[in-house]
Write a protein that binds this ligand. Structure first.
Ligand code: DAH
Length: 330
C-alpha cells in the first residue's frame, strides 16, 4: 500500500494519474483484488481485515482527490499562461436577450406582408415638409395638420409624424406596380397612458394601373391581416377622413376582451379601433407624377396592437426598460 501512495504522489500529470487510478481503484485494480481476498479469510479475521482495507481505501482516495485537484489547477494555469484564456472555466449563467415586445409585434406584421410579396421600404426620421405633409395632400394651413402634434426642427423639417412619407419616397423612385410596406418609428408631441413621443407604425401601399386595384382588394387584405394578428374576430369598416385617401375608412375589430359584448377596454362599444386606410387620393398620385393608376393605402400603429394582444395597460411601461417586465415576453 505504501508504494500505491507513492505512485499517486509521483504522478506528474493528469494522464499518468488516470492510469494510477485505474490501477488502484479500477474494476480489476489492487483494491478490488484485496476485497476479493475476503472470501478466503477465516471468519474471525474477516472483520479486522475489512476494517483495515477500508481505512487504506479512504486514505488512498483522499490522497488521490487532492492530487487530482492540484494537477487540474496546474493544468489550467499552464493553459492560461499559454493561451491567455480558459474556455473551459465555469462562468455564472448569463441570460440571453430577446426582441422587445413591440418589435415582436412589428416583425409579425412584416412577416405577413412579406409572404404576400410586399417589399419593405425605409425612410428618414427627419423629414421635409413636402414628404411628411404636402405630397400627402396636407397643404400648409390645411386644418388636417392639426390632427398631428408635430415636432418641428425648423420651418421646413420635422420628425416624421407617420410612416406615410415613405409611400411618397417609394413612388418617386419606382414605377407602378407598387406593393410595399414601411415599418418604423414615428414621433409626436403626446404623452399619456396610450401615447408616447416615439412609437411605431407600419404603412402599406399597393398601386397598379387604373381599375386594377379596388376597395375590395383593400377590404380583403385588411380582414385577412387582422384575423392573422388577432385570431377569429369580426372586422368592421367605418367611413372616416384622411387627406391622403378618398374614400377613407377606419377599421375596427370586435373587442378581443369581451367578444363584442361591451367592456371597459372597448368603452362598451364592443369594437376596437385598429387602423386607418382608404383608396389613395388622386392628389397624392399627382404629387409624385403618377398617371392612370389606382391603389390603396393603410397605416397601423404597432404599440396599440402589442398592447391589445399582450394586455398591457400602460404603454409607457414598455419604454422604461424594466427587465422584470420585458423578460415576460421572451
Ligand atoms: N398616416 C396615418 C396616421 O399616422 C395613418 C394612415 C391612415 C395611413 C390612413 C394610411 C391611411 O396610409 O390610408 O395616423
Amino acid at each position: 500500500m505504501e508504494s500505491l501512495e507513492e505512485k499517486i504522489k509521483q504522478a506528474s500529470d493528469l494522464k499518468i494519474l488516470e492510469n494510477v487510478r485505474i490501477e488502484i481503484f479500477g474494476k480489476k485494480g489492487v483494491l478490488a483484488a484485496q476485497f476479493a481476498k475476503m472470501k478466503e479469510i477465516p471468519n474471525e479475521e474477516k472483520k479486522e481485515f475489512a476494517k483495515n482495507l477500508n481505512i487504506q481505501k479512504a486514505k488512498l482516495t483522499e490522497l488521490f482527490d487532492t492530487k487530482k485537484m492540484m494537477l487540474q489547477s496546474q493544468a489550467i494555469a499552464e493553459m492560461m499562461a499559454k493561451d491567455g484564456v480558459d474556455v473551459t472555466m465555469y462562468h455564472a449563467k448569463s441570460s440571453s436577450g430577446a426582441l422587445h415586445p413591440v418589435m415582436q409585434t412589428m416583425q409579425k406584421m412584416i412577416d405577413y406582408f412579406v409572404a404576400l410579396n410586399f417589399s419593405v421600404e425605409e425612410g428618414p426620421f427627419i423629414e421635409d415638409d413636402f414628404h411628411n405633409f404636402e405630397a400627402l395632400n396636407l397643404p400648409k394651413h390645411h386644418p388636417a395638420r392639426d390632427m398631428q402634434d408635430t415636432f418641428y426642427l425648423n420651418d421646413s423639417m420635422v420628425l416624421r409624424t407617420h410612416t406615410s412619407p415613405v409611400q411618397i419616397r417609394t413612388m418617386q423612385k419606382e414605377k407602378p406596380p407598387i406593393r410595399m410596406i414601411s415599418p418604423g418609428s414615428v414621433f409626436r408631441r403626446d404623452f399619456d397612458l396610450t401615447h408616447t413621443p416615439m412609437f411605431h407604425q407600419v404603412e402599406g401601399l399597393m398601386v397598379d394601373v387604373e381599375g386594377k386595384i379596388s376597395f375590395a382588394n383593400l377590404k380583403w387584405i385588411l380582414e385577412d391581416f387582422l384575423r392573422y394578428m388577432f385570431g377569429d374576430v369580426a372586422v368592421r369598416f367605418r367611413p372616416s377622413f384622411f387627406p391622403f385617401t378618398e374614400p377613407s375608412t377606419e377599421v375596427d375589430i370586435s373587442c378581443i376582451f369581451c367578444e363584442g359584448k361591451g367592456c371597459r377596454v372597448c368603452s362598451h362599444t364592443g369594437w376596437l379601433e385598429i387602423l386607418g386606410s382608404g383608396m389613395v387620393d388622386p392628389n397624392v398620385f399627382e404629387a409624385v407624377g403618377y398617371k392612370d393608376v389606382s391603389g390603396y393605402a393603410f397605416g397601423v400603429g404597432v404599440e396599440r396592437v402589442a398592447m391589445l394582444t399582450h394586455r398591457i395597460g400602460d404603454l409607457r411601461s414598455l419604454f422604461e426598460g424594466d427587465l422584470r417586465l420585458l423578460e415576460q415576453f421572451r
